[in-house]
Design a protein around this ligand. Structure first.
Ligand code: ADP
Ligand code: MG
Length: 270
């Protein structure tokens, strides 16, 4: 197995641009006795969109949480951008990341949840500015300019001064996407971003995600929006009970699945 990163002898890590953005090899995760991920093998190429589908409880959120350092894998190998999640390789040895190092790695990964989790006491603009100013040390003036640009990208330039409570669920979710983008992530994770929205608000959020995909963002999207997965996804992955049942071209997996469990699931969500 090749090393996840190439080292020049110092603490500096040289990124291997040919490595996939995400690679999972035999990833296991358990909570106590419950085995939630039972050997996940998955590759997400740079610039591609991977859509994860599967019944509730199949381990989709857990897998995203592992990618984003919110949970630790118990077995197997998980790399993001060629680097082993949770570890730093130094002089041929693996060292567990310190809290500060985890925070640094997490800055490169944007995550959008089902619940938008905006700061309620901040305007849309302030929500988007917050991390660049507080975490990245960007000047307020620059952060404000970039935040305005991001709100424009998600179609909310006219809502910059609104507080979350004054926005629809779909608008709040688009602010949440802009907020995640403000840290200029190399990978975006979406965990059922439209599941909590009224049906008429889903389209605007999916449009923003589609645009992001067109711009070349690498994305892992947990979604039950079959249309989105077919149109935007480069890969569809069907998971059930902690294993990948089927993976491939979305038009194949979601239209003519080979596995009975995939067919049964699709029959329920369509
Ligand atoms: P999905 O996102 O596909 O619905 P999850 O990854 O949320 O599935 O959950 C997979 C399984 O792991 C479920 O049985 C869930 O109850 C369990 N689980 C998730 N998080 C925890 C946790 N922090 N502690 C214990 N069990 C958990
Ligand atoms: Mg989930």
């Amino acid at each position: 197995m090749s090393a996840p990163t190439v080292h020049d002898g110092s603490t500096r890590t040289v990124h291997d641009e040919s490595a996939p953005m995400v690679r999972a090899e035999g990833v296991h995760k358990r909570y106590g006795k419950l085995e939630v991920l039972k050997g996940i093998d998955l590759t997400v190429r740079r610039g591609s969109v991977c859509c994860l589908l599967g019944p509730s409880g199949s381990g989709k959120s857990t897998f995203l949480r592992c990618i984003n350092h919110l949970d630790k894998v118990d077995g197997g190998r998980l790399t993001v951008d060629g680097e082993l999640v949770g570890y730093r390789q130094q002089g041929g040895e693996l060292h567990e990341l310190r809290e500060r190092e985890v925070a640094e790695r997490r800055r490169d990964i944007g995550m959008v949840f089902q619940r938008f989790n905006l700061f309620p006491h901040m305007t849309a603009l302030e929500n988007v500015m917050e991390a660049p100013v507080r975490v990245a040390g960007t000047t307020k003036a620059q952060a404000r300019e970039e935040a305005r640009h991001l709100l424009e990208r998600v179609g909310l330039d006219d809502r910059a001064g609104h507080y979350p409570a004054q926005l629809s669920g779909g608008q709040q979710q688009r602010v949440a996407i802009a907020r995640a983008l403000a840290m200029k992530p190399k990978l975006m994770l979406f965990d059922e971003p439209t599941s909590a929205l009224d049906p008429e608000l889903v389209g605007d959020v999916l449009d923003v995600m589609r645009q992001l995909a067109d711009e070349g963002m690498t994305m892992v999207v947990v979604t039950h929006e079959i249309g989105f997965a077919r149109e935007v996804g480069d890969t569809a992955v069907f998971m059930d009970e902690g294993v990948i049942i089927e993976t491939g071209d979305p038009c194949q997996v979601l239209v003519e699945p080979e596995q009975e469990r995939t067919r049964a699931f699709l029959a329920k969500v369509l």
